[in-house]
Ligand binder design. Structure first.
Ligand SMILES: Cc1cc2nc3c(=O)[nH]c(=O)nc-3n(C[C@H](O)[C@H](O)[C@H](O)COP(=O)(O)OP(=O)(O)OC[C@H]3O[C@@H](n4cnc5c(N)ncnc54)[C@H](O)[C@@H]3O)c2cc1C
Ligand code: SF4
Ligand code: SF4
Length: 1012
């Protein structure tokens, strides 16, 4: 049995009084001082871990005013705060030991879009892609680009002065900020916009904090002009934050926003922003240029950047290799073919834009001419012009940083010198020295960058649980600072300073006291994100080896246990799982709740802390599970019952972990799409198994776990079952045990229908008796319990389709898939059942007959859950229907005029994220049938196996359905909408009372009437 775990945190009197005072003063947002909330906000994408005292989630500017006013009370003097957006900083920018002010949960409204003035006003927590999604309707966009655009917030972008690809054309975020609504530390709520001199004089005359701020900044910019010019390099990536070089604009106006942009929450909290918008370029093309080595790519990039292109991005062999294994690669592989004799070891991606076709062609001709120049070193190139292709290639580039994290073992790429910038003309020489620096430290690394802007992205691989590797962080950082200075560049060319603020005085030299004076004017008591960028004279800046490293916490967990828990401990906080987009499958529970505990990162962080707390108690969870498996769970029932009701256990940290796990739909989008392959469903089941060694299970758990055994029995009494689930009394009883929305069974069982068709069961003996020729024209369908009992028509269609393809179909014998057991953490029972099933399938596979599962989620269980433990690993590959049909395209003959005008497939999210080639296969299959298949971008339907059937999950389930499925179902007029997932079809039926067919049924209908 696992022990009770004590939270590492406590709430002191000042904190609880502070929270009470906030509520009394009218704070309307959420205040969360739970261990879980603090752990989840203790990391970003950096190497550091610093837990806040609490996380508060304001709802708007008014809440921020309340917060800062209460904070100003002398009794709360020791409390500091740090704003937080997407938490995607790479250098601890938003980490704090004070209170984290998370603007992403509620402050995410687009307040106004004025397409005429090309201006948008947004709250700080709006995500960049969320804004651009809305702006697209007006032909406009917010130009600064960054790799984390699907989760980084506008507040975070402004506060780090973010930019990325295309920065030479569009500049940084600050260039597009027209005005900021900022709440100062004393509660002042002000809009800062560029001021004419007369208006500046007026503000400077004020006696309040604002007057002082303007007076000081004005004085510094007037008196220290020469020093400012000397310190700020003439780079596209000039230094971010406190940007004294740009306070005076070209038109002579005075812009305080130059100081605020990039100030990393150290000067005020941004509540709203007024942003400048640009028209979306009418036409764009990407040149994808291949090289046999990275150096050649770099050398050419310099030439290409001179041609006035929109951007030049370079990727090295390592990142390219990782991209080839990524889900996006199948969509773009054709643009990056290897040469016959030489593989590509580096690429340049060059973007050209045009106002119209002729303009674009003109731009393209310039590049093509340059590429024809023998002096260039490339091996060939391709051009992408379709919007979808261009977006997919950029997506590959955006995912590159994350992909670097997808490695085995404890030595992993980490960010600390990942965004240096030097003048582009120095880049190649600089990179050569940088490489030898890392080579001398015997580190592996991947490189890519915005060559046009001289920015290099590199993440050396380290294991920061090792002290020798920790020392390398200091050595390499110091050496890189010296190197960037040698080449006229900066350490923080893109991602901001954060904990690296240690180097600020060194870069700013005699100008640093001016930065301190600005900080003192805004925040004299050093309450806002202290230790970053600049401090009022008396306080210290953070140092790169002063802030606790994540590795220090991980060390006690141990490598073996880290490795045994499915990458939970390796989540690097890049935030890819916070994708705002309802039509992307990642991560439904986060999307529905906007609670970061309920995201893959949240669950991984909690799991990591849980493993650490267990290790502090010298408990190896693997042994606990093993020991528990030796005894019957009935034996310790009394003790579990006592633990469950014993009040002393209420504060057990394991409950907080379980609460986070409970909302997971086990959809596996994380396992497929997280760059680090953090697989929540797998470690969740291990956690649940252990959790229930100490605590009782809810009553619905054993029912759900036995579902595969129960369904065939229930099916024998289907009229009774249907009456029960359809009646008020039946529903009340089911609700009492925690279940809801159970579907009715159709009148005819699968068994009866297949008997009528003469389809035989694929016993090993029967298949073995077939001749080799007969086996070559056979197929075995693997019916899962849900499709078989609730939607047998799909299996019947598949059997008929197989016959029409000239094959002999068989049905696999009754077996357990075990997914429901796995989901609920009945791992011992899962292993027992699954090993029997895999034994049976392995024998069939040895006989050479393909196995086909019709429900993607159930079929893919054989590839993932089965693969996760040695007893259940199956040699058999249960194919998805489209994978099987790929081998029979030539036999698809349409014998029915019925081809709907538009055929739309709503894929199951597990299929979309874990069998990524599968969607292209469906297109190919329907193309063979003479139809164009559209694959809809949908997230999770919300049902996800038994998740949506549980009362406690139903509201999340329905919310998810509304988010991306409902519109497709409502607009089905004139289109035939299909769904591959049994759960998805049953969710549509439950909520909208409509039937959507499986594509197999549609294909079968297209191939002629049944019986032919
Ligand atoms: C994989 C990866 C790729 C990246 N690629 C890029 C890139 O291409 N270009 C780039 O510029 N950056 C990049 N970054 C860094 C990061 O995404 C950016 O710095 C981003 O702008 C941070 O936004 P956020 O919402 O996550 O802010 P957070 O990380 O939450 O916060 C960043 C800083 O802003 C402050 N802040 C946040 N909200 C407010 C507010 N409302 N008021 C005042 N201060 C606030 C915080 O205190 C903190 O100091 C990358 C990061 C990762 C993990
Ligand atoms: S779970 Fe994966 S995607 Fe989410 S933050 Fe961690 S590593 Fe990134
Ligand atoms: S399985 Fe799905 S719901 Fe659960 S954490 Fe992963 S993405 Fe989120």
């Amino acid at each position: 049995m696992i022990p009770r775990l004590t939270s590492p945190f406590a709430i002191d009197d000042t904190e609880s009084t502070f929270f009470e005072s906030l509520i009394e003063a009218g704070f309307t947002g959420d205040i969360d001082a739970s261990t879980a909330a603090r752990i989840v906000s203790a990391t970003d994408n950096s190497i550091y871990q610093l837990a806040p005292r609490a996380v508060i989630f304001p709802k708007g500017a008014e809440d921020l005013c309340v917060l800062t006013q209460v904070l100003s009370e002398p009794r709360f003097r020791e409390i500091t705060i740090a704003p937080r957006g997407g938490g995607t900083g790479t250098n601890g920018q938003s980490l704090t030991s004070g209170v984290a002010v998370d603007c992403s949960r509620h402050m995410n409204r687009i307040l106004e879009i004025d397409p005429v003035r090309r201006v948008a006003r947004v709250q700080a927590g709006v995500v960049k892609d969320q804004l651009n999604r809305e702006l697209e309707k007006h032909g406009l966009f917010f130009a600064p680009e960054l790799s984390t655009s699907n989760r980084a917030t506008i507040g975070g972008m402004i506060s780090t002065d973010a930019c990325g690809q295309g920065s030479c054309l569009y500049g940084k975020t600050s260039k597009h900020v027209l005005g900021l609504r900022v709440v100062l530390v004393d509660g002042t709520d002000v809009w800062t916009r560029p001021l004419e001199n007369s208006a500046l004089s007026e503000v400077c005359a004020r006696s309040d904090r604002l007057g002082e701020i303007y007076r000081i900044v004005d004085r510094i910019t007037r008196e220290q002009q020469a020093e400012i010019k000397r310190v700020f390099p003439e780079l596209n990536r000039y230094m971010t934050g406190y940007d004294l070089a740009h306070v005076r604009r070209a038109d002579g106006s005075f812009d305080l926003n130059a100081i605020l942009c990039g100030s990393e929450g150290t000067l005020g909290i941004i509540a709203e922003a007024e942003l400048n918008l640009l028209p979306i370029p009418a036409r764009s093309a990407l040149f994808n240029i291949r090289y046999d080595n990275f150096n050649n790519a770099l050398e050419d990039a310099r030439e290409l950047a001179r041609l006035g292109v929109a951007s030049v991005e370079t990727v090295d062999e390592k990142v390219l290799g990782l991209a080839k294994g990524d889900i996006i690669w199948s969509e773009i592989a054709r643009f990056f073919p290897d040469n016959v004799d030489t593989a590509s070891n580096g690429i340049n991606i060059v973007q050209v834009l045009g106002h119209n076709d002729a303009d674009l062609k003109g731009q393209m001709a310039i590049i093509e001419k340059a590429l024809g120049n023998v002096a260039l070193r490339h091996m060939g190139y391709s051009i992408a012009m379709e919007k979808r292709d261009v977006e997919a290639i950029w997506l590959m580039r955006k995912r590159a940083v994350g992909l670097l994290g997808n490695v085995e073992g404890s030595v992993r790429p980490v960010a600390f010198v990942e965004d240096t910038a030097v003048p582009p003309e120095n880049l190649a020489a600089y990179i050569r020295e940088f490489r030898s620096l890392l080579d001398n430290e015997e580190l592996s690394y991947g490189m890519f960058g915005h060559v046009d802007a001289g920015v290099l992205h590199v993440r050396p691989a380290l294991d920061l649980t090792r002290t020798d590797h920790q020392h390398k962080v200091r050595r390499i950082s110091d050496a890189v600072v010296a190197l960037t200075k040698k080449y006229g560049g900066v350490l923080w060319g893109e991602h901001g300073k954060g904990v690296r603020s240690e180097y600020v005085p060194e870069y700013f030299g005699p100008l640093y006291p001016a930065l301190q004076a600005i900080k003192a004017a805004f925040d004299p008591e050093n309450r806002l994100n202290p230790g970053k960028i600049a401090t009022p004279g008396y306080a210290k800046l953070l140092k790169i080896d002063d802030v606790p490293l994540r590795g220090n916490f991980d060390r006690s967990i141990g490598d073996d246990i880290r490795a045994a828990f499915d990458n939970a401990a390796y989540c690097n906080g890049n935030g890819a799982c916070f994708d705002f987009d309802a039509t992307s499958p990642m991560c439904p529970s986060y999307k529905a709740t906007r609670d970061r505990r309920f995201s893959p990162k949240g669950r991984a962080s909690l799991m990591r802390e849980w493993l650490r707390l267990l290790s502090e108690k010298k408990v190896d969870p693997r042994n606990q599970a093993e020991r528990q498996n030796q005894i019957s769970s009935l034996l310790n029932l009394p003790i579990r019952a006592w633990n469950t009701i014993n009040p002393a256990n209420r504060s057990d940290f394991s409950h907080e972990v379980r609460a986070a796990m409970d909302t997971c739909l086990a959809c596996k989008a994380c396992a497929g799409q997280c760059p680090v392959k953090v697989s929540v469903p797998v470690f969740r089941s291990k956690f649940l198994e252990l959790y229930h060694t100490r605590y009782l299970r809810p009553i619905k758990d054993p029912i759900v776990a036995m579902i595969e055994t129960l369904l065939p029995l229930i099916a024998k009494a289907r009229p009774l079952y249907n009456t029960f689930v359809g009646s008020g009394a039946g529903r009340t009883i089911l609700r009492a045990v925690g279940l809801t929305a159970l579907p009715a069974m159709p009148p005819l069982s699968l068994e009866k229908q297949t008997q009528a068709m003469g389809v035989m069961i694929a016993s090993v003996e029967r298949i073995a008796d077939l001749s080799v020729e007969a086996r070559a024209t056979s197929v075995i369908f693997v019916p899962d319990a849900f499709t078989a009992n609730f939607d047998p028509e799909v299996i019947v269609s598949a059997l008929r389709l197989a016959k029409k393809l000239g094959l002999t179909p068989y049905l696999a014998a009754s077996h357990h898939n075990g997914k429901a057991l796995h989901v609920h953490g009945y791992l011992r029972a899962f292993r027992r059942r699954a090993s029997r099933t895999s034994n049976y399938f392995d024998k069939l596979t040895e006989l050479g007959v393909p196995l086909v599962g019709l429900d993607p989620s159930m079929a893919l269980t054989f590839r993932s859950e089965y693969a996760a433990s040695p007893e259940t690993q199956t040699k058999a590959r249960v194919l998805l229907p489209q994978e099987w049909l790929r081998d029979h395209l030539h036999s698809i003959k349409i014998d029915n005029p019925f081809i709907p005008e538009r055929l739309i497939l709503l894929p199951h999210c597990t299929e979309r994220t874990n069998a990524t080639g599968g969607l292209a296969d469906w297109r190919q299959v329907f193309r063979a049938a003479g139809a164009d298949l559209e694959i809809a971008d949908v997230g999770c339907c919300g049902m996800a196996g038994t998740f949506g059937h549980e009362v406690r999950n139903r509201s999340i389930s329905e919310k998810l359905y509304q988010m991306s499925w409902k519109d497709h179902i409502d607009q089905a007029e004139g289109r035939l909408v299909m769904a591959t997932g049994y759960s998805c079809r049953s969710q549509v039926k439950e909520i909208d009372r409509k039937s959507v067919p499986h594509p197999i049924s549609v294909l079968n209908a297209m191939m002629g009437s049944d019986g032919t």
